[in-house]
Each structure stands twice: as C-alpha cells, then as structure tokens.
Ligand binder design. Structure first.
Ligand code: NAD
Ligand code: ZN
Length: 359
C-alpha cells in the first residue's frame, strides 16, 4: 500500500529565524476571533526569551508544565474549554517547546473545532473537521513531533495519537538557537529518539528508498552530533540535530517505528516513563533485533558518560509486566514493521513479557 502523506505546509530553518514569527502570522490574524493562543513550555516562564514572543494585547499566552506528565486528553479538553469560553475561536495556535508542547498545540488546534472529549478521537482519521491554523517552534530536538501527523495523548484507556492529515502543522520555524539551553540529559535522550526512529525505520519491512534516504541522512547527522570526533554540544551540532529530528520524522512518515517504541509505549502508559528516556532504557537490550544500532548506541552512551538503569524488572510484579506487554501488543503496526506480516508467528504476549524482563 502506498502512503499518500501530508507534509508541513511551510518550513523556515536557520539561526535567528524565530524573529520571523510576527511577519509569518500577520496575515492569519484576520481569521476567526482575531487573536492567537501561544502555548509555551513553562521552562521559559520569566526568562528573557518571552519578551521576544510577538504578543499583541488581544493574544493569550499559556505556560504549560511538561515535567510532571506527558500531554493528556484531560489537559487538552480543559485547555480547549478555557480558550473557547474566554475568547472564542482563535486565529491560530502557536506551540513553543519540545515534543510535548508540539503535541499540545496540534491537539488543541484540532479540538477547538471538534466536539466532545479528545478521547473520542484517539486513533487514525477519527477527527471530523480541520482545526485552526497551527504553527510549531521546537525548542528541543529529536522526537520529530514537528513534522508528524500525530499528536500523542495519554488518556484513561490508551496512549494514542490524534492522527490525521489535519494534525500536521501549517508552519514550522526551526531556529537552532532555541535548543542551546536544553540540559545534557534531555539533549541526549531526545536526540536518541531520532537515532532510534531511524534504526527502526531502516530495519523494518516498510522501509523503502524514500524512508531510507531520510533515515540515512539523519543517522549521519546523529553520528556527527553524538559519536564522531567533533560530537558534543556546539552551535554546529545543534543545527545538525534539528535537521536530523525533522528528517528522522520524515523517514517515519513512509516507514514505521518498531519493537523499541512498542516497549516504550508500555513503559510510558503503565509506569509514566518519559517517551525518549523509555526508548533509551529499552533499546540497550534489543541487540538481537537491532544488532548494529544497539552497538553504536552503546558507543554513544559511553562517549557521553550516560548512565542508564539496569535490572529494573527485578522490582516489577508479573501484573505490571503483563499490563505493559498488553499495551505493546496492541500496537500491531510496530510489530508488523519489525517482523513482517507474519509477525504473530514470532510475537505474542509471552514474547513481549520476556523482552520487558530483560530491562
Ligand atoms: P518535552 O517536550 O517533554 O520536554 C523535555 C524537557 O525539556 C522539559 O523539562 C522541558 O521543559 C525541557 N525543555 C524544552 N525545551 C527546552 C529548552 N530550550 N531549554 C531548556 N529546557 C527545555 O521533550 P521531548 O522529548 O521533545 O518530547 C517528548 C514528548 O513528545 C512525549 O510526550 C512524547 O509522547 C512526544 N512525542 C511525540 C511524537 C509525535 O510524533 N507527535 C513523537 C515522539 C514523541
Ligand atoms: Zn519516538
């Protein structure tokens, strides 16, 4: 089956490109109730950066704390209700932050025009109407959320995205200056999300020339950032990581993630592990499935003196492991990608439980 996927309408890349925001959104300001909602990572509250956001008196700025939990359906519903009850339909929603804020901005944009709870729309093509204009400005790189057609939300039943063409941003501003302040720990974990996206994209049945071309380039950029002689934190490497994140995401739009992400979703849903950290925790144990990728990942870990926990499963009950395995098993597209259409010959609940027991 050939995918006919939606790309971001417009992208600007470059140091200082954040300054173009005002000019970019000016023509959209005439839409709906003529104001913008800015959803900004709480990290920036009180920082000088806020004075650079081109706020007009009618605009609304919402600082969201992404440290306590990943975006939830309840959070999105509350934000939507608050925005609509206070000022009606905005011209657009601007997200400034990491993958969590990208997903909040995308989801709020959709839920402003779709009735009921966002839990109703977790899945593929369940959204009924296009949302309002939405623009993403990543401040940490790796998840590829800036280009994906999903807004991942944790709900009472499932951790699943609002996935459709209308989820994709109308505009993205990629300004590598904005990621310089990310802590070393998040820089590594979120950067590794891109690396793992590409390894899973490459080592899967859906990989093709299109997804391979993006993954190959993104992997090369990741090696410059995390492994090669000039690796580490620098302006040059921030430029590279920002482009790698986008390209890793674009590779996935024609391919798929695999086993590591399936395990990661279970860790996030049942034990509240953060997405990128959960991937790192799981990936180190998958050397039989992604042999070369895990070997290189371990070299990067060593180079940057990252400590990942081991023997975690010793403290997990069989019930916890079963619950996580059930979450992972309900992601058949990821197992299909890794093991092919006959994936059920290899993967069952016991197989996934055994993978969790490696952690
Ligand atoms: P994040 O948005 O959760 O932020 C991680 C931390 O970095 C937070 O403490 C945040 O405050 C901080 N931070 C962000 N920018 C900063 C900056 N410039 N300086 C200092 N600190 C900064 O991180 P993430 O790893 O980018 O996103 C993870 C989320 O992305 C998860 O919720 C996951 O489900 C989602 N995700 C979505 C997709 C998608 O396609 N939609 C793909 C992968 C992951
Ligand atoms: Zn990921």
């Amino acid at each position: 089956m050939h995918k006919n996927f939606k790309n971001i309408d417009k992208v600007v890349f470059g140091r200082g490109s954040f300054a173009m925001l005002d000019e970019i959104i000016a023509p959209i300001r005439k839409e709906n109730n003529k104001y913008f909602v800015f959803v900004v990572d709480n990290y920036f509250k009180g920082k000088d950066f806020v004075s650079r956001i081109p706020l007009k008196p009618e605009d609304v700025i919402l600082f969201e704390d992404v440290d306590t939990h990943e975006p939830t359906t309840e959070q999105i519903d509350n934000l939507r209700d608050k925005i609509l009850s206070e000022k009606g339909l905005p011209s657009g929603v601007i997200g400034i932050g990491g993958g969590s804020i990208m997903d909040i901005a995308k989801a709020v944009s959709l839920m402003l025009t779709n009735e009921g709870s966002s839990t109703l729309y977790q899945g593929l093509n369940l959204i009924k109407k296009p949302g309002v204009y939405h623009l993403g400005i990543p401040t940490i790189s790796g998840t590829g959320a800036e280009c994906s057609s999903t807004a991942v939300l944790t709900g009472p039943i499932k951790k699943l995205g609002l996935k459709c063409e209308w989820t994709v941003f109308n505009q993205v501003i990629l300004d590598p200056e904005l990621i310089a302040s990310v802590s070393d720990e998040w820089w590594f974990n979120t950067g590794m999300d891109t690396y793992i996206h590409c390894i899973e994209s490459e080592n899967g049945t859906l990989n093709n020339t299109f997804s391979h071309a993006y993954a190959e380039q993104a992997l090369s950029l990741c090696r410059d950032v995390f492994l090669n002689e000039r690796s580490g934190r620098s302006a040059e490497n921030d430029d590279k990581l920002m482009v790698a994140s986008l390209m890793g995401g674009l590779s996935l739009s024609y391919s798929e993630v695999g086993v590591c992400h399936a395990l990661s979703y279970g860790l996030s849903k049942i034990l509240d592990y953060r997405h990128c950290y959960a991937n790192c925790v799981a990936f180190q144990h998958l050397d039989d499935i992604y042999t070369k990728g895990v070997k290189e990942f371990k070299q990067m870990i060593e180079k940057h003196k990252i400590q990942l926990p081991k023997n975690l499963s010793e403290d997990w009950s069989d019930e916890t492991i079963t619950k996580m395995a059930e979450v992972a098993y309900k992601l058949p597209h990821m197992c299909h990608q890794a093991f092919g259409e006959n994936w059920k010959n290899t993967v069952n609940l016991e197989y996934i439980k055994a993978l969790y027991k490696r952690l």
